[in-house]
Design a protein around this ligand. Structure first.
Ligand SMILES: Cc1ncc(COP(=O)(O)O)c(C=O)c1O
Length: 386
């Protein structure tokens, strides 16, 4: 491995996580157990919602939430095209239809106008995605949802922590789902959390995450548990584990510190790149705070002799990892073919996507790393200008 290579992402793991993992392994309790419960409680009080249910991924969290809301074949759920396909795929699990809509030019968050246009009598829910960590226009989304009696499930895979008009993401809608995947702002390798203020949804999700076994299924092998259990519905194997919680508990303690670090990196990038003639930055709205999970830039391709793929390749040769978030869902072959989708109905996502590059942004990056990214990028853009 090339030690000078700056990875696109590296989780921020310290001795605390290592010690906690060792402690769990030595304890002999490897699956869901007391540390998972502690993690849920700590997460719940950090976010400030009524219930937090830890699960195996965001995808599991979203699936369980739609199940709890009773989504059925033929129902429709509105999702933005600028997301990871999981946001749409969970709708397909029910033979329901993901209605994929375009995003706003300035933030790449779901377009209010497109939500309104997509609503039909079959619409049951909207899943707004806080792209890169910046919250969507939640007040307006709730106004639309309330008017049509539609549920709002926030895809907060990118937005721990983030705030909207002073409220923490996780407290705004009835259900918010987080991801703890390896590249996310709090990482347990894989993992997710359902945050809700609705007791019934919480109850259903916690039963269904572990085979549909009624209450405290995980306790059946403990001293206080009972061997007897009842399955009340055919559930899923979506539980979190104490091994994952061993990463989650120490990570949660430093979640604000990690955020501060990403904010500093974002500010340094912004200062250095805001006037660059070969790219533009995303709009940051004043009434909300991003988690800064991503730092996306948009290339002015008309001013360059290379395309996005070539630029990322050149950056890689100069030891800088970069990413792309995301190929719009409507362009993935399954969705294009199944729902007969066309770029012309997604003018914003289709035109912005070829220009998008995500720069590295994570707490382990030192100022000299950030400056190295800036210098390499600026030099390449100058080298390949038209
Ligand atoms: C916006 C968004 N939603 C959902 C997911 C799925 O998360 P998970 O991998 O935890 O299932 C991701 C993961 O990359 C994501 O970026």
């Amino acid at each position: 491995m090339n030690k000078d290579f700056l990875f696109f992402h590296k989780p921020f793991i310290s001795e605390e996580e290592v010690n906690e993992i060792v402690d769990t392994v030595r304890s002999g309790w490897l699956s869901m157990g007391p540390k998972t419960i502690r993690f849920e409680e700590a997460f719940n009080s950090y976010i400030g919602c009524k219930k937090s249910i830890a699960v195996s991924s965001w995808t599991a969290a979203g699936h369980l939430t739609l199940e709890a809301y009773g989504i059925r074949p033929g129902d429709e759920v509105i999702v933005p095209t600028m997301t990871f396909p999981a946001t749409a795929e969970i709708v397909c699990y029910f033979a329901a239809k993901p209605v994929i809509v375009d995003v706003d030019e300035d933030t790449l968050n779901i377009s209010l106008k497109e939500i309104e246009r997509a609503i039909t009598p079959k619409t049951k829910a909207i899943i707004p995605v806080h792209y890169g960590g910046q919250p969507c226009d939640m007040d307006e989304i709730h106004d639309i949802a309330n008017k049509h009696n539609i549920k709002v499930i926030e895809d907060a895979a990118h937005s721990l922590p983030a705030t909207y008009k002073g409220k923490k993401v996780g407290t705004i809608s009835d259900v918010t789902c987080f991801s703890f995947y390896a590249t996310k702002t709090l990482s347990t390798g894989e993992g997710g959390m359902i945050c809700t203020n609705d007791e019934e949804i919480a109850e259903r999700c916690s039963i269904m995450r572990l085979h549909g076994i009624n209450r405290d299924a995980w306790k059946r092998y403990t001293e206080s548990g009972s061997w007897y259990y009842e399955v009340v519905a055919p559930g899923y194997k979506y539980n979190f584990t104490d091994l994952q919680a061993s990463l989650g508990l120490p990570q949660l303690k430093k979640v604000d510190l990690m955020w501060q670090s990403r904010r500093d990196i974002a500010a340094r990038y912004t200062q250095a790149l805001k006037d660059n003639e070969f790219l533009t930055l995303h709009t940051v709205k004043g009434d909300r705070e991003s988690s800064w999970h991503l730092f996306p830039i948009r290339l002015k391709l008309e001013r360059l002799k290379i395309n996005r793929a070539q630029l990322i390749d050149e950056m890689r040769k100069l030891n800088i990892g970069a990413g792309v978030h995301f190929m719009p869902v409507h362009q993935h072959v399954y969705y294009t073919q199944t729902y007969k989708l066309d770029d012309k109905d997604y003018p914003v996502a289709s035109s912005v996507f070829p220009k998008l590059v995500s720069l590295p942004i994570y707490p382990g990056m030192k100022e000299e790393h950030v400056d190295r990214v800036i210098n390499v990028l600026v030099d390449l853009l100058t080298k390949y200008k038209k």
